[in-house]
Design a protein around this ligand. Structure first.
Ligand code: BES
Ligand code: ZN
Length: 618
């Protein structure tokens, strides 16, 4: 019986060991995580629109792990460090010497603070640069109301270091509070406990009692009004957009309820939305308690609200259970894309959920054709590279596809239980692919005779392309569109498409399926029947203009120009610039338009488009 007790002891050790191995370095951070970790951050900052900068101090509360350690290495990018104070734990603060290392092209500058003892708290006085990669400063004319300026942050992946000196790695979690001052008439909001009744007298106060990684630190300031949507959800945006936003996103509370039913309690208190100006470079960002959202999803018919489902889903996958490094971004985005689709199914029905799967898979297969093989793996190889450079649909849709395969093979009931336990068992932890393999392996694919094998999972994680065992999703709705598309391409009349009744999903699928060599006359026919040029639906507009550039369909040029100038969301404009850059004529037109568009773009978006057009900022 001795072997049995040994086995039991091994099992017991296996279960009681900490669930997550602590890493000592993250390849994108200068921090030494085995020596010291930030536990809490206090920010005391002023929002200065005149000088386009945040200034004040960040007070870092530290947990020391290595007895001999006397230095604190932080991440910074274009920060001016004024002075550093260290506390002795008895209420005395003393100046501490510090040094900024030379600039690394992707990671910024390492700030090394030398301490005479293991200080429990360190204060860094600093200000940001007007070109901070994680902030965008808008002039009043760039806002809807035209009267007050606007500022917002975007920290993911490694831009928090451009507005706060800290350990900028998802492997470290901290709680935070803040006092932020701003000019009269400006409301400040953060990824924390926002109070719609706050006046800002003496500064806005914030508290975030749940520990978060640095990429979820977020702040915005502007002429913001608030409207409640449900008992725990509401929307902040400029007054001129408030009613439209609250109406468009009125299903938010229903989405929260639906997600709780599937995956357990929402653990963050309130869930509000901040609708930003259209220069926001992403569709959405899952800042805890306050998702940041592009206004380009206000289509007027709720047809693009799956974006809200996506950002809400991150409250479980990503914010609760977090990728420990950017190599494992798929752990955040695949689970979120999968959960997003389950929310869409629960709230809008299975037809719509399936249609979105099909559109997503179609676009992934197109995108993959142009991606280097190494970027087609779910587990990314980033060594030395800016994580932004490896951004693609792979960690989203390929991983979502794998999870759906697991669901199909093991059955929904069983799979749902494992996902729920995964969230519960790793809540407020940062994890890597190894933890995924251990946890899901034990419950699913490492079991004898498993319906999907470890080898199959490895193929998704560590090989390019889509494994041959992958089952594509099917949508009867879109099969009808495929038939319509075929007839139209073969010369059929646009009027007989009967597309006036099509949903956004049907349109996206149709436009995605147009061949590259389609004649401009066919687009003219479509346009005459269905008025696509200038449509208020940004997703439809983007795909129509892409087809328009390829077919050299001139009548849409003015609207395309307005789109490129008005919308800074990368997904809706980067492919258009890329297409324009392919011919000399289009490229010179694009450079003229870009001269107008560029000042309104976010620094991250500017970088991307500069590279595409070979534009050199002076
Ligand atoms: N967290 C992402 C945005 C992100 C990812 C920013 C990586 C920086 C680096 C967000 O949740 C997201 O995925 N947004 C998508 C939404 C879409 C997939 C529904 C977007 O912006 O398009
Ligand atoms: Zn996401």
């Amino acid at each position: 019986m001795r072997w049995l007790s040994v086995l039991l002891a091994m099992l017991w050790l296996g279960l009681s060991a900490p669930a997550v191995a602590e890493i000592s370095r993250d390849e994108h951070s200068f921090a030494h995580l085995d020596e010291v970790r930030i536990r809490h951050v206090f920010l005391d900052l002023d929002v200065d629109f005149e000088r386009k900068r945040l200034s004040g101090f960040a007070e870092l509360q530290l947990d020391w792990h290595k007895p001999a350690a006397r230095t604190l290495d932080l991440d910074t990018r274009e920060l001016t460090i004024e002075r550093v104070l260290a506390s002795d734990g008895q209420g005395h603060w003393k100046q501490a010497p510090f040094a900024l290392a030379p600039k690394h092209p992707a990671f910024g500058r390492q700030l090394t603070i030398r301490l005479s003892q293991q200080a429990p708290k360190v204060r860094v006085y600093y200000h940001t640069s007007p070109r901070a990669s994680g902030l965008q400063w808008l002039e009043p004319v760039q806002t809807l109301g035209k009267k007050l300026p606007f500022m917002f942050s975007q920290a993911q992946a490694i831009h928090a270091r451009s507005f706060v000196p800290l350990q900028d790695t998802p492997a470290v979690r901290f709680t935070y509070d803040a006092r932020i001052t701003a000019p009269a008439g400006i409301r400040v909001v953060m990824s924390a406990n926002n109070d719609p009744a706050a006046t800002g007298q003496g500064g806005y106060r914030f508290n975030m009692p749940q520990a978060i990684p640095s990429y979820l630190l977020a702040i915005a300031a502007g002429d913001l009004a608030y409207k409640a949507m449900g008992p725990r959800s509401g929307v902040y945006t400029e007054p001129g957009r408030l009613d439209a936003a609250a109406k468009e996103f009125e299903d938010t509370e229903t989405m929260i309820d639906a997600t709780e039913k599937l995956y357990g309690p929402y653990r963050w208190g309130r869930y509000d939305l901040l609708i930003l100006p259209p220069s926001f470079p992403f569709g959405g960002m899952e800042n805890p308690r306050l998702s940041f959202i592009t206004p380009t999803v206000i289509a007027g018919d709720k047809s693009l609200t799956s974006l809200i489902a996506h950002e809400l889903a991150h409250s479980w996958s990503g914010n609760l259970v977090t990728n420990a490094s950017w190599r494992d971004l798929w752990l955040n985005e695949s689970f979120t894309s999968y959960v997003e689709n389950r929310i869409v199914e629960a709230v809008y029905g299975v037809e719509q959920a399936r249609a979105q799967q099909v559109v997503g898979q179609h676009e992934l297969l197109e995108e993959i054709k142009a991606l280097p093989e190494i970027d087609q793996h779910l587990v990314l190889t980033l060594a030395g590279r800016d994580p932004d450079d490896a951004f693609s649909g792979v960690p989203y849709t390929k991983g979502e596809w794998m999870l759906r395969m697991l669901e199909q093979r093991f059955g929904r009931e069983k799979f749902d239980a494992v996902i729920r336990d995964w969230f519960d068992g790793h809540a407020f932890q940062s994890v890597g692919t190894d933890e995924f393999l251990a946890f899901f392996g034990k419950r699913l694919f490492d079991q004898a005779g498993a319906a999907m094998t470890r080898a199959e999972v490895d193929e998704w994680l560590y090989r390019p392309g889509i494994p041959t065992h992958a089952q594509p999703s099917q949508s009867p709705l879109l099969e009808r569109i495929d038939a319509a598309l075929k007839a139209f391409i073969a010369g059929g009349d646009a009027a007989t498409l009967n597309a006036k009744v099509w949903t956004t999903g049907e349109w996206l699928h149709f436009l995605n399926g147009l061949p590259d060599d389609l004649k401009a006359e066919k687009l003219a026919e479509l346009d005459a029947q269905y008025k696509l040029t200038g449509t208020g639906n940004g997703e439809i507009a983007f795909r129509f203009y892409l087809a328009g550039i390829r077919a050299d369909y001139a009548p849409m040029r003015a609207a395309l120009k307005a789109h490129l100038i008005g919308i800074g969301r990368r997904k809706l404009m980067v492919p258009l610039w890329t297409e324009l850059a392919k011919t000399a004529g289009n490229k010179s037109w694009a450079l003229e338009v870009y001269a107008v568009a560029r000042p309104g773009y976010h620094p991250i978006a500017q970088g991307t488009v500069d590279a595409i057009l070979g534009y050199r900022p002076r």
